[in-house]
Design a protein around this ligand. Structure first.
Ligand code: ADP
Length: 620
């Protein structure tokens, strides 16, 4: 049979032109693509052989060999997989069948720079060989065909390729790259080995390279025909769960995370549905140093059919779960998927949702083990709260995972447990936010709650107030800050108390008016309250306003904080307040009352020197 010269399909020619004429930012990937093709070809053989064992011929052990020849300046990737017939070589290597690549072709703009960027986002598969080669020769024989029906396919990567029939004893395919001048550094054992190690380590078949030793006498490398595997082929996640021991899971975690501690929990699943993927996710026992950096990438490695694609695939996990470690191996994404493309992919969205659900379920499980969950929560509880503002769909599940300090419990408590302890007639879950635990515990706003024995959650985490603004209710019960709005204990307050308070307010009215006048620059309003028992006054804000702590925190961290004018609430029963009316220092006392309320909650008077002066004047 004679040589045939054929033209590439127009799209292929266009693609090749791009591959060869544009700078490829990461030329190493040619090896990943060709090794992946070789591995696919072996998978296909294994599959077809299920019904026809004769296809294995006399070589049942499947492998991929990567060799190179310094003199001839070639790299050859050989597999003993399914191979190609002449017709298949013409079709598969001369046209583009894959929809992803077609998609790519449709997006080409004609502008070389832009298109070169695009190329990086799509799988160009076999043609990526032309990044480093000016000629590619493929020799192949399809499994099951006689040796005489081998094929040689050759192309210089321009408009045409040649095919001819050859005699080929070995089943499978070898792809030989004739390297360009500028690609000489790939003629190096170590270089090729490290690229395989980076991208193809988990490919489940052995990838072999011939051993090479430096012969000082001859002053050249010598090979003795010994082939060794250069990948570890340890795609643990691709194996069946029942074949993997806990030790193996833990060991894999250590390699994955560089964490010396064992993980708290893991979950390994093959997910089938609109998109198919395997997830192996770990809950670490310890938070990383930079947990608080919201730009920190997720701890998920993305593989496509066991080929490593990228580290820190942040599109696969929401930001508040950025500390979860693991592997996702997709059966559907293209090999050359980029970060940009990941953000847009519907498959990726489904994977992210699947991962999120899985992590929340793992945590729910973990929460049944108090000791472990406490450890987990101390490390990651705060970052989990970010989810309240980030992941509305899972807010209820998240709320169940939160834990808070409380006025009545020694340990942290869940909202569900709080609810179970609520008093007869109590209609809200009460909480207070403060800078630290002792400020929270001693806050004047708690006085009436303490007197009535009503539990209040103490929130001292910086993110609490922000996070809680997204959680207005839990399981049908509203959450209410005890430092916001008017205190309304509903049926927990008896009628007599209410009446007494109203009467006191009436009598107190003229004093209130004078207080409002004195403090008009500082306080939005002044009113009588029943929330205080021992303290003369406290500050509150209206529902929906930033608390004074949050405003202070924002200001300290240099962020724009709205000016919140708090409301001063006074305890008309307090001796100091009673003294006000007759005092000749009314104005000074009013300011001291306000500034002390501010001090009591951890704030500072606007003008501390003026405060000191006023107090001293009274002391004298
Ligand atoms: P993809 O592998 O993504 O389909 P490629 O451009 O890499 O796209 O390859 C095109 C086709 O060529 C493959 O689908 C396969 O049918 C065939 N092919 C490539 N390499 C091999 C190989 N080593 N053995 C058998 N067939 C191959």
């Amino acid at each position: 049979m004679s040589k045939q010269t054929l033209s590439f399909q127009a799209e292929v020619a266009q693609l090749l032109h791009l591959v060869t004429h544009s700078l490829y930012s990461n030329p190493d990937i040619f090896l990943r693509e060709l090794v992946s093709n070789a591995s696919d070809a072996c998978d296909k053989l294994r599959f077809e052989a299920l019904n026809n064992a004769a296809l294995f011929e006399d070589a049942p052990n499947l492998d991929v060999r990567v060799g190179f020849d310094r003199e001839a300046r070639t790299i050859t990737i050989t597999d003993n997989g399914i191979g190609m017939s002449e017709q298949e070589a013409i079709e598969h290597l001369g046209t583009i069948a894959k929809s992803g690549t077609k998609d790519f072709m449709n997006r080409l703009s004609g502008d070389q720079k832009q298109d070169a960027q695009l190329i990086g986002q799509f799988g160009v598969g076999f043609y990526s060989g032309f990044i480093v080669a000016d000629t590619i020769t493929v020799e192949s024989r399809r499994a099951g065909l006689p040796a005489a029906e081998g094929v040689r396919w050759t192309s210089g990567g321009t408009g045409e390729f040649e095919v001819e029939a050859i005699e080929r004893a070995a089943r499978g395919t070898s792809v030989t790259l004739h390297l360009r001048e500028d690609a000489s550094d790939y003629l190096d054992h170590w270089r090729l080995k490290s690229i395989i190690g980076k991208y193809s380590d988990h490919i489940s078949l052995p990838i072999l390279m011939e051993k090479e030793e430096w012969d000082a006498e001859k002053s050249e490398y010598v090979r003795k025909g010994e082939w060794e595997a250069v990948n570890s082929a340890n795609a643990l996640w691709a194996r069946s769960k029942k074949d993997i021991s806990d030790e193996q899971y833990a060991e894999f975690y250590k390699n994955l995370s560089y964490d010396t501690q064992a993980p708290l929990a893991w979950s390994h699943n093959r997910v089938e549905g609109s998109t198919e993927y395997t997830q192996l996710l770990y809950i670490p026992g310890k938070a990383p140093q930079d947990l608080w950096n919201r730009d920190r990438k997720a701890g998920i490695k993305l593989y496509v059919k066991r080929v490593f694609i990228m580290d820190e695939a942040e599109a696969l996990m929401p930001s508040y779960l950025r500390w979860v470690k693991g592997v996702v191996d997709s059966a559907d994404l293209p090999l050359n998927v980029s970060r940009e493309l990941l953000q847009e992919s519907r498959d990726v969205k489904a994977i992210r949702e699947g991962n999120t659900r899985r992590v929340l379920a793992m945590l729910d499980d973990l929460s049944k083990d108090n000791e472990k969950y406490t450890r987990f929560y101390a490390e990651f509880g705060s970052v989990l709260k970010e989810g309240l503002g980030e992941d509305f769909a899972n807010r209820d599940k998240l709320a169940r995972l939160l834990r808070f300090a409380s006025t009545s419990e020694a340990d942290l408590t869940s909202l569900a447990d709080y609810k179970a302890r609520m008093k007869e007639g109590q209609t809200a879950i009460y909480y207070i936010t403060a800078d630290n635990l002792s400020a929270a515990k001693n806050s004047p706003q708690l006085e009436v709650f303490r007197k009535k024995g009503i539990e209040v959650l103490l929130m001292t985490d910086r993110v609490d107030e922000w996070a809680l603004s997204f959680l207005t209710e839990f399981d049908g019960t509203p959450l209410q800050s005890v430092a916001k709005g008017a205190v309304d204990l509903g049926s927990l307050q008896d009628e007599e108390e209410k009446k007494a308070a109203e009467a006191a307010a009436e009598v107190f009215k003229p004093v209130l008016e004078r207080l409002k006048e004195s403090l008009k620059d500082k306080a939005k309003d002044v009113r009588v309250t029943s929330r205080l028992v021992d303290s003369p006054a406290c500050l509150v804000v209206e529902d929906g306003d930033y608390s004074t702590q949050l405003a202070r925190m924002l200001k300290q961290s240099g962020q724009p904080a709205p000016q919140v004018k708090p409301i001063l609430e006074v305890n008309a029963e307090h001796a100091l307040v009673k003294k006000l009316e007759a005092s000749e220092h009314f104005d000074d006392l009013a300011h001291i009352l306000f500034d002390q309320a501010l001090l009591a909650e951890g704030g500072l008077p606007d003008d501390p020197a003026a405060y000191v002066k006023r107090v001293n004047a009274l002391l004298i």
